[in-house]
Design a binder for this molecule. Structure first.
Ligand SMILES: Cc1cc2nc3c(=O)[nH]c(=O)nc-3n(C[C@H](O)[C@H](O)[C@H](O)COP(=O)(O)OP(=O)(O)OC[C@H]3O[C@@H](n4cnc5c(N)ncnc54)[C@H](O)[C@@H]3O)c2cc1C
Length: 241
């Protein structure tokens, strides 16, 4: 469904706090890692800013890494009007993945990954309402770099015209989360005497690296400088303020 510039942004009914178990989203394998809590979905989305957009283009699957923003109801992705993956009005699957550690078991078979991941299924719409487009782009920018929308130059009319913004409803989504040690601590392999456990993995923002073209008196603004040594996202999502 496309929306003409004249049509108001759609106002969907409130999304249920429990994620619906549809034929698409019902976990079939590793079900114990599944969560139906919408709060978990939001936490996974808050903790990242890169997703993988899966879409079939001309009969071939494309899985495109791209940044996103969300407001709890809509997930926004953007790109060039020339992007074939951003055509909209066709089914997509968006995945967000955070790797928290390697699970090293006694047997190779029991090795795994501690992770938080979300999959969102649906048919995204192309945002054409100018107000929603600007708001969506702002959300997307602020999601990866809070404070940057009002710091950087705003998009020009020409830049806006060159940009596609897709909105995907967060209604049909699923979450999986694995935490904890390997599963073979109480099995026969425990007697092998091998080390087993978790090797944690944490992504932390580094020190800002100035553009060599910058005059030396221009220093990083506070909203960028303060991120050094922190994780992405609010504390509830695993990030550190
Ligand atoms: C970093 C990482 C590494 C992984 N490595 C492996 C691996 O090596 N081998 C392996 O078997 N599995 C692995 N998994 C788990 C994997 O993502 C699948 O959950 C699992 O393999 C089940 O796949 P399936 O095709 O049977 O899905 P099904 O259970 O048939 O999927 C049904 C529905 O469940 C939901 N779903 C499935 N997986 C996920 C997910 N990860 N997050 C959110 N929703 C989901 C989707 O809505 C999907 O449409 C890994 C996960 C992560 C995040």
């Amino acid at each position: 469904m496309t929306h003409s510039p004249a049509s108001p942004p759609p106002t969907p009914s409130p999304l249920p706090p429990v994620l619906p178990g549809t034929g698409l989203t019902r976990h079939r394998r590793l079900r114990e890692q599944g969560s139906l809590d919408r709060a978990d979905l939001e936490a996974v989305l808050d903790a990242g800013f890169v997703c993988h957009l899966g879409v079939v283009v001309d009969g071939h699957p494309l899985v495109v890494p791209t940044v996103y923003g969300h407001d709890g109801r809509w997930l926004y992705v953007h790109g060039s009007v020339a992007s074939r993956s951003l055509a909209g009005d066709t089914p997509v699957c968006v995945t967000v993945t955070h790797v928290d550690g390697l699970v090293l078991a006694r047997s190779v078979f029991e090795h795994g990954v501690n992770y938080r991941s979300a999959m969102i299924h649906g048919v995204p719409r192309k945002v054409t309402d100018p107000e929603e487009k600007l708001a969506g782009l702002r959300l997307l920018t602020e999601h990866s770099a809070p404070g940057q929308w009002s710091y950087a130059r705003a998009p020009s009319r020409k830049e806006l015209a060159a940009t596609t913004l897709l909105a995907l409803c967060l209604r049909t989504a699923s979450v999986k989360i694995r935490t904890g040690p390997p599963d073979d601590g109480d099995g026969p392999d425990a007697a092998l005497g091998l080390w087993a456990g978790v090797l944690p993995l944490t992504a932390v923002w580094g020190a800002p690296e100035p553009d060599p073209a910058l005059p030396p008196h221009i220093t990083p603004p506070e909203h960028i400088a303060r991120r050094e040594g922190t994780r992405h996202g609010p504390p509830a999502s695993g990030g550190i303020p």
